[in-house]
Design a protein around this ligand. Structure first.
Ligand code: FAD
Ligand code: UDP
Length: 382
């Protein structure tokens, strides 16, 4: 037993510079960079594996995205260079299709979508159709997701491809959701089905888990899975000089001001004895009747040629305590409440809150890496 341990009764006292709570992308980038600076880091993770929501697992020779489709995309060369240190990426370009009651439309909203829906051929014809339909808004500045959607693509697309999908995904009327959510999707007057506008895009060959494995494979880092921070919160706070916390910020403060809202998911995965089930990696079901939001067919992320295939149906559900909180719901009420938690966080000098849950922010992977590297700069300088 260490000398300090005997003196304080705290198992880890004096052994580490940092405790990182959560072995997802934020925690792992931080741990990796801190280790490179010579710091000793303990990482704890409550799941039985590392990599958080980007975790992939090989089944039947196929990389299965266990927590939903993950496509890496960024326009920031620094972030692309950073992530490609840890894996080689393939040329996958995300181009999901929407299935509305058996009718198939290309996403994001582009000339292929407009042509299929309206028979228009030129960008000018498509724009005229959108302008005609958005007139229902009377030039009002969009204040919610419904108004923003109609203003971008008109009422037909809103009704067939946005309204029901969004209400299934978020469990709220589109009039009660923030406009920014729909602005994640490009709208283009070109025949281009690329879901992202970013310069760099792809899927790591061999899956995402290896990225986090490599980040954490350093002699200065110890990792323990199956450990929940809240089982020994008091002890951890006393034993580690600094903590990087990537779990839920409201839970950290024992929901003192009430719960932030999250959206949870349920994944239903099947191995099928067919070579090609749906012909695309991602198909969104945009009607209200289909209970799931999308089906992903994992082999298509890597152009797989296996005899079998693996599909996952993704169902969205209300989060209640104990469920996995996959999405923050960044509406006005929750953002306001989060600000109150941020004030508490500012007083907690030895704890850094990071990532989708710690910062209560609808971050994509490239944004999480950027936020973690920013945090590293804050700790260690350039
Ligand atoms: P997480 O990955 O959630 O990691 C946090 C970790 O902390 C988890 O492993 C959790 O178990 C652990 N933890 C929490 N509380 C505790 C505790 N009390 N004790 C111990 N451990 C704890 N991004 C993209 O760029 N492209 C995509 O295509 C994309 N698709 C997505 C699809 C879905 C369905 C979802 C949900 C997200 C998607 N994302 C995508 C976003 C991406 O998953 C996140 O940006 C990223 O994984 C967030 O990393 P993180 O470290 O902040 O959080
Ligand atoms: N969206 C939609 N129809 C679609 C795909 C997306 O209405 O077919 C809306 C929906 O509100 C969704 C948002 O666009 O929540 C953002 O979509 P994205 O694919 O970025 O969501 P994520 O992959 O993060 O769940």
């Amino acid at each position: 037993m260490e000398k300090e341990e005997v003196a304080t009764g705290h198992t880890f006292f004096g052994m580490y510079d940092y405790l990182v709570v959560g072995a997802g992308l934020f925690g792992s980038v931080f741990a990796h960079e801190a280790a490179l600076k010579g710091k000793k880091v303990m990482v704890i993770e409550k799941r039985d594996h590392i990599a958080g929501n980007i975790y992939t697992k090989e089944v039947e020779g196929i990389q299965v995205h266990e927590y939903g489709a993950h496509i890496f995309h960024t326009s920031d060369k620094e972030i692309w260079d950073y992530v490609t240190q840890f894996a080689e990426f393939n040329r996958y370009t995300n181009s999901p299709v929407a299935n509305y009651k058996g009718e198939i439309y290309n996403l994001p909203f582009n000339m292929n979508t407009f042509n299929k829906l309206w028979g228009v051929v030129t960008p000018a014809e498509a724009q005229a159709k959108i302008d005609e339909q958005r007139a229902v808004l009377n030039s009002k500045i969009p204040e919610n997701l419904e108004e923003q959607a109609i203003s971008l693509v008109g009422t037909d697309i809103y009704e067939k491809l946005i309204k029901d999908y969004t209400e299934k995904q978020w469990g709220k009327p589109t009039t009660e959701l923030p406009a920014f959510i729909i602005r994640r999707l490009p709208v283009r007057l070109t025949y281009d089905n690329n879901y992202f506008n970013d310069t760099y895009q792809g899927i790591p060959i061999g899956g995402y888990t290896q990225i986090v494995e490599k980040m954490l494979a350093h002699e200065n880092i110890d990792v323990e899975t199956g450990i929940d921070f809240f089982d020994k919160k008091g002890e951890y706070l006393k034993s580690f000089p600094k903590i990087v916390f990537t779990g839920m910020i409201d839970q950290f403060f024992d929901y003192e001001f009430g719960e932030l809202e999250y959206r949870s998911l349920h994944f239903d995965t099947e191995i099928l004895n067919v070579e090609n089930y749906q012909g695309n990696a991602v198909v969104n079901y945009t009607d209200a009747e289909t209970p799931y939001t999308r089906i992903i067919e994992h082999k298509h992320f890597e152009f797989g040629m296996q005899d079998k295939t693996i599909i996952t149906k993704e169902y969205s559900k209300t989060w209640t305590r104990g469920d996995e909180p996959y999405y923050p719901v960044n509406n006005e009420r929750n953002n306001h409440l989060y600000k109150e938690y941020q004030k508490l966080a500012a007083k907690q000098k030895n704890v850094i809150f990071g990532g989708r849950l710690g910062q209560y922010c609808y971050y994509d992977m490239h944004q999480v890496i950027a936020a973690a590297l920013q945090c590293v700069k804050g700790e260690f300088g350039e």
